[in-house]
Design a protein. Sequence first.
Length: 488
Amino acid sequence: MPMKKIQHFIDGEFVASESGDSFSNINPATGREFARVAEGSEIEIDRAVEAARRAFDGPWSAMTLGERLDALQRVAHGIRARFDEFLKAEMRDTGKPRSFASKVDIPRGAANFEFFANLARTVHGSSFQTETADGRGAVNYVTRQPLGVVGVISPWNLPLLLLTWKVAPALAAGNCVVVKPSEETPSTATLLGEVFKDAGVPAGVYNVVHGFGPEAAGEALTKHPDVSAITFTGETRTGSAIMKACAPQIKNISFELGGKNAAIVFADADFDAAVSGTARSSFSNTGQVCLCSERVYVERPIYERFVEAMAKRAEALTIGDPFEDATQMGPLISADHQRKVLSAFKAAVAEGAEVVTGGSIPEVDKEFAEGSFVEPTIWTGLDEDVAVMQSEVFGPICHITPFDTEEEAIALANNSRFGLCAAVWTNHVQRAHRVAHQMETGLVWVNTWFLRDLRTPFGGVKLSGIGREGGRHSLDFYSETKTICIKL
Ligand code: NAD
Ligand code: 6OD
């Protein structure tokens, strides 16, 4: 059978790279290549930006707001109608299990379009009656205008979810987009091109260029003079490089970056809920969610019991074939990432960690012997300041530390250069508020984790990001306000 080809989607057409270059798409569960991906460069970025600009100056802006938002609703329906195709594509690219992708990634891909299409219908402006010396007064009113062409650069961990989380509000605000998906996960962004076509969205509104980041398609997008803003999700150090690239043009940016998130479990918490919630927050998606808890702080009276219960949970996880309904944990994204996580395993041990469970490569069926699997891993006994406690592993790991007082727990949780989210487990309502207020993070979950309401602002502080997306915050980023003052 000929190898599947994944192409760019530019100006409404699927196209190869002018250079003819391509790279491998590997299924991380088997380690085998299953497709070749067109490798874009500055040439494809230029074409995509030109197409987006033409669509913005032409048919997209000529449509009424209602027509544009109806089109986005059709995109949401299109994703749902092709749910299984999206699901399989995402599972093959990432190795994530059906049990996760069918509940999280694909439903949210559709929901993002539906939500922002609905939200944009309700946006209203503001006006101010202004007094003047001559007594006639003036009226100031505020309008919102789209930015033009927005560049979207997305990661591999929740490919469709995170890409549509940015594309949907950008389009709902009236912009056109050029997307550079992660080189590890090109499939669902491409499939989305078919959905846009079928939904009757004008050519050039949604464009996808595949390829790499530094000195390649990603960097070309950030530096393109006709791209008005860059919205990026990925590693903190990539964010820093993109910020530099955007600086000469004072390009607007929105960054959702890495984390080293803490969970705090108080002795008064519902013990079983805290254990199952923390196991979920440490091991979901093989620990590859930016919101995962890699540092867990547990009040001393329940510490031993908690560590034991977490280990039981980790050891009970079914690891293997992503396509099997019973599978709870798939591989990491790639052999490279597996090497990185295994070296964190080594570093933790070298720093004196006690490995409560895990710490190596699990036994899996022969078919998956070349897959990038690692065991869910729990450590105790590490010093808070060693590198592995201060940098994001992005694998199925957590370190569990005991604490004695609320103040100590807060100080431990805040001892990080990152500040994306925290999870607090307690049945004491005043403590819940008190601790949540003191977390140096953009998000705090109490007695839950990754429970999303798309109306709320989402984003991190410190090295975890700049800006907020979600609800009207997204529409604020993807549009400019203009104040018009009319003397009466
Ligand atoms: P990454 O930074 O390596 O890559 C993300 C994207 O940036 C890819 O498309 C890549 O090609 C592109 N890129 C890389 N260098 C570039 C450059 N110089 N210019 C332009 N584009 C460039 O991130 P990743 O490994 O794909 O994703 C994992 C990371 O993302 C983790 O650190 C995780 O915490 C973070 N993340 C954060 C959030 C959040 O909401 N805060 C969400 C998901 C993932
Ligand atoms: O749920 C979301 O909207 C969101 N941005 C999730 C990010 C997850 C990080 O991996």
